[in-house]
Design a protein around this ligand. Structure first.
Ligand code: ADP
Length: 229
């Protein structure tokens, strides 16, 4: 108990974009460790590199330098196929906009990633329903995304992101598109889920009230990751 176990480690990460010949340094030897069961808020102004950092951590983008480790395993020199596999099994993503599949029901949206991962349909259905129940949106299971409120859509998206029991949840302003009351409600659901499941979560947010409820807070400054009080 209380043992620190890194699930995600970013070491010496460099990343720059080439903006019509002018290099834009977004990450400059950035270091970060996320431990099992930990929730960390990433609070920084727009344009400082929050999404980029989440993409690097989530193996969606390769850094120009440095190491990304998941559970002690380096992901730097592995093939794109291998990265996709790890991303599907070990990483859950939640975005500001839900990106649920419009032609499927809430339940089906949570079932689909599990079935892609090879789970039997009945088991996927059971697990999807349990997750929707946990996030208190099971009564809307048979509805399509367009028939759900913003808060309900986001709770379904959270259920989908953890449907394959990932190790790490990465969220990019998951409540940024919601009113304050709904935002608080969705965030509580997310925090409870993380706590219950022992997941680790890195959540970019502009909401300082929500950020204060997490275990740690970090920011980005001049390409470096700094701990906030
Ligand atoms: P944040 O999420 O904090 O708003 P981003 O990670 O989206 O910041 O972007 C960091 C910086 O990198 C911004 O200045 C943005 O304009 C720039 N940027 C992001 N993606 C690209 C890209 N694909 N090509 C060039 N510049 C980019």
């Amino acid at each position: 108990m209380g043992e620190r176990m890194p699930v995600l480690r970013l070491q010496d990460i460099d990343l720059h974009y080439n903006n019509s010949g002018k290099p834009l340094v977004v990450l400059d030897r950035a270091d970060f460790i996320l431990n099992r069961g930990e929730t960390v808020a990433l609070v920084a102004p727009s344009g400082t590199g929050k999404s980029t950092l989440l993409h690097v951590a989530g193996l969606l983008e390769r850094p120009d330098g440095g190491q990304v480790e998941l559970c002690g395993k380096s992901c730097s020199h592995i093939s794109d196929d291998e990265r996709t596999k790890i991303r599907r099994s070990d990483i859950g993503f939640v975005y500001q906009f839900h990106y649920l599949l419009p032609e499927f029901t809430a339940l089906e949206n949570v079932m689909i990633p599990q079935m892609i991962a090879g789970l039997d349909k009945k088991i996927a259905q059971y697990r999807a329903f349990k997750l929707l129940e946990y996030l208190r949106v099971a009564h809307r299971a048979a509805h399509r995304p367009a028939e759900l409120s913003g808060g309900e859509q986001q709770r379904v998206a959270i259920a989908r992101s953890v449907a394959n029991a990932p190790l790490v949840l990465l969220a990019d302003e998951p409540t940024g598109n919601l009113d304050p009351v709904t935002s608080e409600y969705v965030f509580r659901a997310l925090a409870a889920l993380v706590q219950q499941s022992g997941l680790a979560a890195l959540i970019a947010t502009h909401n300082h009230t929500l950020a204060r409820q997490m275990n740690r807070r970090i920011t980005l400054q001049d390409g470096k990751i700094l701990e906030l009080a």
